[in-house]
Design a binder for this molecule. Structure first.
Ligand SMILES: Cc1cc2nc3c(=O)[nH]c(=O)nc-3n(C[C@H](O)[C@H](O)[C@H](O)COP(=O)(O)OP(=O)(O)OC[C@H]3O[C@@H](n4cnc5c(N)ncnc54)[C@H](O)[C@@H]3O)c2cc1C
Length: 398
């Protein structure tokens, strides 16, 4: 009897976890199913590029997972029952229930409107492909001189504002940030950011907490009105509500609380990775929602599942940060080096070289999805018989 592993979500973390499990475990012993709503891999880190009209390389899962032993199930997950160990999915043929012995939850996140009035009606988002495509269509219809205001001074906001300003120099692009522009960066990184923003003619509204969005402007807590024919909302990500509706232990924001092996602290046959997971990282701080965290978390989860099923040694690979990579259009960038626990250090790489570096990082992230063991030889281990038969047996070995 095969041990049934279901991975929900084929973004960076889910796709990597599924591929790595397939390369760690013997095909006769496990049935690995990867459930995803869409048939191709979405490079979320390039959504701002998609929004300004760039074409992204198509990455169909059928090609990426061909011959790996991972079975693809193209369906939308509508619910999870962690007590019955089932997943409810809907596809073109209707609703279905899938049973698992081990579940890897990797459904990622979407935009976070933070309940600000007017966002749902008037703001655009770039946390998803449909959102980026809608913005792309809207930007294409904007006449010269019209205003685009990006709300959010985090990494996504900086990337979006610069990408739009570079692609459409005829538009008036502005950025509204709650704090100062790039205020967490080193002096070198911050200085370069300011230089690029000036060069691209982006108006910067600092200490601007946006409290309302209308069809033609955003308003701030201190009464400023910033013109915005188009508002792009980038103030962080929010997880999908599916986990929250289960018996899993989740945070107030709906992320699944996991231990160092990415296993749910409440349900040992469930693992969570990527944006959907709440795991403590270096410095006892929660991992930040990013590929930089999701990728090593996926390795950790897959290796832990494989170890528990085969009686191997549990992985003990501390997740750490190295840098924050920010593209500022296609020709500029800032690579801000950080400590293991993500604190800024003085060193930063800027300019053209930083743009090239960031492009390599994005390419590398997509390559990592297709090569989850980093191209190293794979060794498929046999699952111990008693571990394969039921999740409860695995639980007992935890
Ligand atoms: C514009 C932008 C730039 C970014 N830049 C960076 C960067 O430079 N560096 C960095 O580290 N991070 C960056 N990020 C963040 C990064 O993209 C996310 O943290 C990362 O994608 C999270 O990976 P994930 O696997 O958890 O989720 P996702 O990549 O979101 O994947 C989730 C998957 O689940 C699927 N899914 C969701 N709901 C369902 C459902 N109900 N049924 C079936 N399938 C479903 C989705 O289709 C998707 O395939 C950026 C994000 C954006 C939007």
């Amino acid at each position: 009897m095969q041990h049934r592993i279901i991975v929900l979500g084929a973004g960076y973390s889910g796709a990597i976890a599924a591929g790595r499990l397939a390369k760690r475990l013997h095909r006769e012993d496990v049935a690995i199913t990867l459930v995803n709503a869409e048939p191709d891999f979405v490079e979320r880190v390039r959504m701002h590029q998609l929004a300004v009209g760039q074409e992204l390389k198509p990455r169909p899962f059928s090609e990426m997972f061909a011959g790996t032993g991972v079975e693809l199930n193209l369906a939308k997950v509508s619910g999870v029952d962690v007590d019955r160990r089932t997943v409810a999915v809907i596809d073109a043929n209707g609703a279905e229930e899938l049973e698992y012995d081990t579940l890897v939850y990797a459904l990622g996140s979407g935009w976070n409107a933070q309940g600000v009035p007017g966002t749902a009606e008037h703001a655009h988002e770039i946390a998803s492909r449909p959102g980026a495509l809608r913005l792309r269509e809207r930007l294409a219809r904007l006449a010269a001189g019209q205003t685009v205001t990006v709300v959010g001074g985090g990494l996504t906001g900086l990337e979006a504002a610069t990408e739009i300003a570079e692609a459409r120099p005829d538009l008036d692009v502005a950025l509204a940030a709650r704090g100062g522009l790039g205020d967490w960066l080193s002096p070198k990184g911050r200085g370069h950011l300011r230089k690029v923003f000036d060069k691209l003619g982006i108006a910067v509204h600092e200490h601007a907490a946006v409290t309302g969005v209308d069809a033609d402007r955003v308003t701030t807590a201190d009464g400023r009105a910033i013109p915005a024919a188009v508002t792009v909302w980038t103030t962080g990500f929010a997880v999908h509500p599916i986990a929250e509706a289960t018996a899993l232990e989740v945070t107030g924001a709906g992320q699944i609380v996991v231990d160092g092996t990415m296993r749910s602290v409440s349900h040992p046959d469930v693992y969570a990775v990527g944006d959907a997971a709440y795991a403590m990282g270096p410095g006892n701080k929660p991992l930040r929602m990013s590929c930089a965290s999701g990728t090593p978390a996926a390795w950790q989860a897959a290796d832990a599942i494989a170890a528990r099923l085969t009686g191997g040694k549990l992985p003990n690979m501390p997740i750490r940060y190295f840098n924050q990579c920010i593209s500022l259009g296609r020709k500029e960038g800032v690579i801000q080096y950080v400590t293991a626990d993500d604190r800024t250090v003085r060193a930063a790489l800027t300019g053209r070289l930083a743009a090239v570096y960031k492009e390599l990082v994005c390419k590398g992230a997509a390559w990592g999805v297709a090569n989850p063991t980093l191209g190293m030889p794979t060794r498929r281990r046999r699952v111990a018989r008693e571990r394969a038969t039921a999740g409860s047996a695995v639980k007992a070995l935890a």
